[in-house]
Design a protein around this ligand. Structure first.
Ligand code: DGL
Length: 269
């Protein structure tokens, strides 16, 4: 059986948390990473324009990479564009949505915090997850305006402000009726990159839910039933960027996460 060719896509470096889990689960898979860094951050986009942007980028990437499967390793994109992507492309997709269901199963206090981008917290899809799986919980949805950017800064080797980080996460931690938040969903793939820093500034200890291992298992299940395309696209370990990348810090951040070969695809916003 040929090795599966897997394209992992995000607006920036957040999907690398999913890529690491996929690499652990399938060490011999052919992995290509793609970041729409020209359009980062997706959390600030309006829904109509964002769907069009994602369809445009995926069209170019699908042709360039010829993957057997595409992983949309971005909650902000998955909660708005999965239906359109599946309708427009024949390649299978796996998406990433906030892990509200497992959080509701794990909370003891009944108070769940969800950290996500402003885009993800506004989505009907996210509200639907709460209604379907966490209606017996008090769910605090917090759209963190700059948390994904702080994660990018960390990976690029820049210092990040502890105060800013504390302020970005604080609203997800609440106390009410003698109970407090005890589970926090990392509802953006960038946030596990800041796991240690978030834990250090949190007002009290909680269980954090990082869904990347579960996504990697799902990718494995879908790959098992997917015929190979015999694609001849970008080599294993490539990262495709839609905007000028190529600074030394960016290059070394991707290299250290297993993607040393940079390709810049000219797709301005
Ligand atoms: N990593 C993306 C997510 O999971 C979002 C970052 C952004 O705002 O572009 O939602």
């Amino acid at each position: 059986m040929m090795q599966p060719r897997i394209l992992i896509f995000d607006s920036g470096m957040g999907g690398l948390t999913v890529a690491s889990a996929v690499a652990r689960q399938m060490p011999h898979a052919h992995l290509v990473y793609a970041a729409d860094n020209a359009a980062f951050p997706y959390g600030a986009w309006n829904e109509v324009d964002l769907v069009q942007r994602i369809l445009r980028v995926i069209r170019v990437l699908n042709d360039a990479v010829e993957p057997d499967i595409i992983v949309i390793a971005c909650n902000t994109a998955s909660t708005i564009a999965m239906a359109e992507l599946r309708a427009k492309f024949s390649v299978p997709f796996v998406g990433t949505v906030p892990a509200i269901k497992p959080a509701a199963a794990q909370t003891r206090s009944g108070i769940v915090g969800v950290l996500a981008t402003p885009g993800t917290v506004k989505r009907e899809y996210t509200r639907g997850l709460i209604q379907d799986f966490a209606s017996n919980c008090h769910v605090v949805l917090h759209g963190a305006a700059r948390l994904a950017e702080l994660a990018e800064r960390k990976l690029s080797g820049d210092a990040i402000s502890v105060e800013e980080l504390r302020a970005e996460i604080a609203p997800a931690f609440v106390e009410r009726d003698g109970q407090r938040t005890d589970v926090v969903v990392l509802g953006c793939t960038h946030y596990p990159l800041l796991a240690a820093e978030i834990e250090a500034v949190a007002p009290w200890p909680v269980t954090y839910i990082d869904p990347s291992a579960a996504i990697a298992r799902r990718v494995g299940d879908v790959i098992d039933i997917t015929p190979r395309r015999h694609g001849a696209g970008l080599t294993h370990g490539s990262v495709a960027l839609t905007g000028v990348g190529s600074g030394k810090a960016l290059r070394s951040a991707y290299s250290s996460m297993g993607f040393p070969f940079q390709h810049v695809i000219d797709l301005p916003v």
